[in-house]
Write a protein that binds this ligand. Structure first.
Ligand code: CP
Length: 311
């Protein structure tokens, strides 16, 4: 990577050392919050959204404010990205922005943006990866576990999707033991390369026995069963019903966790009554809001590294 413009598309494209350093930097940024004030002074982050967001939108802008920079929010549909080539519009943005964070539907479009960019591109969640989320997840476990993330037993119960790909890819360098309980795989979205890498390290278990997986776990994590974009779309009602039928036995609820002290994680937004029962969100075992809060410091660390090479 020496001398080459660095982006964050997913952790699988970073060295193990750099990924470990990012978690350490995120911890320092959170602990010494105001020491980093002003590090982004005079710099602009452009945020581009093709899809809805609460956390990614708010935490990137708040992060940039805390670092002394400025963030511009662009809704794809109100820009000329709808009329022109991604490469041309991206080249223009780079004449103004120090960093670009993009939430695009297709990874292929994000890669077009990356190819054209002359400033770092941060993936704010595409169909394949959600790296900002997985760093925040690891920061949450690191804060909760005095012995560190290595050796933590994390069980993910849900659909195999973009969030899972990034959990799999970050677990390898951080030596997190990941168990996946995924009765459904989002078509075309499983990153087999990252999966094999974690499997070869002996850190990946796959099972459909949710009870056994929960009994062993330090952390139990779930996510939406249907791409949130389609959750309230009448055209996806049939698919939603089919998924609910398959997935309902895997809901995170008091019964499933009756014998477990595992902490409960969810990347939000929450569809209560589906992947998680409402009472689990406020259960004493839930660290969901800490996890969501950690998006802020994880992303501040990512921006500081990409712009100033802080480690
Ligand atoms: N977890 C997450 O990315 O949240 P938003 O979709 O609200 O940004």
């Amino acid at each position: 990577m020496e001398g080459k413009l660095k982006h964050l598309i997913d952790w699988k494209f970073w060295s193990n050392e750099d990924t470990v350093r990012m978690l350490n930097l995120a911890q320092r940024v959170k602990h010494y919050r105001w020491e980093y004030q002003g590090h982004m002074q005079g710099n602009t982050l452009v945020m581009m959204f093709q899809k809805t967001s609460t956390r990614t939108r708010v935490s990137f802008e708040a992060g940039m404010t805390e670092l002394g920079g400025h963030a511009i929010n662009l809704d794809w549909r109100s820009t000329n990205f709808t009329l022109s080539k991604i490469a041309f519009e991206t080249r223009y943005l780079c004449r103004n922005a120090a960093l670009i964070m993009a939430r695009l539907k297709e990874n292929s479009e994000l890669m077009e943006m990356e190819q054209a960019a002359t400033v770092p591109i941060i993936n704010g969640c595409c169909n394949l990866y959600h790296p900002c989320q997985s760093l925040a997840d690891m920061l949450t476990i690191a804060e909760d576990r005095p012995e560190g993330v290595a050796g933590a037993k994390l069980t993910y119960i849900g659909v195999y999707n973009n969030v899972v790909n990034s959990l799999v890819s970050i677990a390898a360098p951080l030596n997190v033991e990941l168990t996946l309980v995924c009765p459904i795989r989002e078509p075309g979205s499983v990153d087999e390369e990252s999966r094999k890498r974690l499997m070869d390290k002996g850190l990946l278990t796959e099972t459909l026995d949710a009870r056994a997986a929960v009994a062993e776990a330090d952390y139990v994590y779930t996510d939406t069963w249907l791409d949130m974009e389609f959750f309230n779309d009448p055209d996806y009602e049939e698919e939603k019903e089919a998924r609910c039928k398959t997935m309902l036995p895997y809901q995170i609820n008091k019964e499933l966790l009756a014998e477990s002290n595992a902490k409960v994680m969810h990347d939000m937004p929450i569809h209560h009554g589906y992947e998680i029962a409402e009472d689990m969100v406020e259960d004493p075992r839930s660290i969901i809001y800490d996890q969501a809060e950690n998006r802020l410091d994880a992303q501040k660390a990512i921006m500081l590294h990409l712009l100033h090479e802080l480690k």
